[in-house]
Ligand binder design. Structure first.
Ligand code: ZN
Length: 147
């Protein structure tokens, strides 16, 4: 049952991508990212507030359903979130996708539907592409650190 629900969520997010649009303006960070293992591509758009919060986030891209669903889920999850919090969410997402570890303290929202991807080694980068793009895009922000 849960498997089926998760599969539906992934299909829904890959077909009806949330925040699948460009952001424009002077303060917009923009980062193009490619997943070499599957050919998925995306551009991440990010607007940060003065107090290092993700004010707005969006993406455009093309790729497999896992990569597009994951990007869609990520943008939904991160809107309004401080960068520090985003770093924790990213760690939780890595642990889940790479090792199947699910934290009870951290709410990944719809992205929990990607838990099963940990069994599919070749798809790990698909599920993590958007998060890796985020990492690059905010890499220079001092507030964004692991732990
Ligand atoms: Zn892919």
């Amino acid at each position: 049952m849960l498997d089926q629900l998760y599969r539906q969520l992934v299909v829904d997010h890959s077909k009806n991508r949330r925040n699948h649009r460009k952001l424009e303006g002077e303060q917009i960070k923009q980062l193009h990212y490619k997943n070499p293992t599957c050919g998925d591509v995306m551009t991440l758009f990010l607007k940060l507030s003065e107090d290092k919060r993700i004010e707005d986030i969006s993406f455009i891209g093309e790729g497999c359903s896992i990569s597009m669903a994951s990007a869609s889920m990520m943008t939904e999850l991160l809107k309004g979130v401080p960068l520090k919090e985003a770093a924790k969410l990213r760690q939780a997402m890595e642990a889940m996708v790479r090792n199947g570890e699910v934290s009870e303290e951290i709410d990944l929202g719809d992205a929990f539907a990607l838990e099963g991807v940990h069994k599919l080694r070749a798809r790990h980068n698909c599920a993590l592409m958007a998060w890796q793009a985020l990492d690059r895009a905010v890499g220079e922000e001092t507030e964004y650190e692991y732990r």
